[in-house]
Design a protein around this ligand. Sequence first.
Ligand code: ATP
Length: 316
Amino acid sequence: NVTICTIGELLVEFLAKKENQGFSQPGEFWGPYPSGAPAIFADQVAKLGFGSVLFSCVGSDAFGEMNVARLERDGVIVNGITVLQKATTGSAFVSYRNQSQRDFIFNLPNSACGLLTADHIDETLLNQCNHFHIMGSSLFSFRIIDAMRKAIENVKSRGGTVSFDPNIRKEMLNIPEMSQAFEYILDYTDIFLPSDGELDYFGRHQGEDEQLLVDNLLRRGVKHVVIKRGPRGASYFSDQQTWHVPGFAVSVVDPTGAGDCFGATFVSLFLSGVQPEEALNWANASGSLAISQRGPMEGTSTRSQIEAFLAAQSAR
Ligand code: ATP
């Protein structure tokens, strides 16, 4: 039985109502919505019926209460979420320039989840997990990276596995902790899930064949590479197999969260023994459902919702 843990930001998100609205003048926003890439991932894992533990911190405020209540309702094991009395729940503001470009203002390092340390990671709870998923967006402080190390060592020492979604936010790339941690984490990664736009950051030089980078990653010790390609679907590579599975034609309401839902669905199904091609198809469906709802965590889906989506697609 698969039980997956994640560590990182649990926050509220506010979404600018108009394209190109920006943040430099008063405007209208939707929200607060529960959010945070590891939280969306954990929510999607739980909705599929797998064990899902999120380690995070929230403040003692209404945002924190809403987030924890939401995750608990969806089946996430929330004992790993610490309520800090003297801190405020993290927040993010997002404004879309168009469907593929967006700007964020994050209030993370100084928020409750930015205060998460290795001491908040309860070993008894960690011992229940056989897989650890890492989100690059969570690597914004040395304290969190330390907590990640603890989880990696624990899970690996018991024969468990690690997955890594770089989930790069351009607003965070100048945080030196983050790029140093990428190298360390890749050394322990079994399943690596970048988007195709992120490959340059991991050593694909301009004009170079993607396969060259994939081969280097596999040689380095990564066992499974999954590349997310937005509307074009996704690909899977291992020493033995390559699969390319096209995406579904859906209209985009809000693209935030697609990669997190995709990753959660692929990783949990694959770990439970589903073959890569089918896991990719389900993950594409999960990503499609995510972008069809406004709000980053509002588009997570249950097993039966994904089944219904796939049935409707094949009937077309
Ligand atoms: P995020 O915006 O959450 O960081 P990402 O960049 O990690 O996402 P994407 O490739 O944008 O990842 O999306 C993940 C998956 O969601 C895709 O592989 C695809 O299955 C699905 N998806 C995303 N955008 C679309 C789209 N416009 N149409 C259909 N499917 C999509």
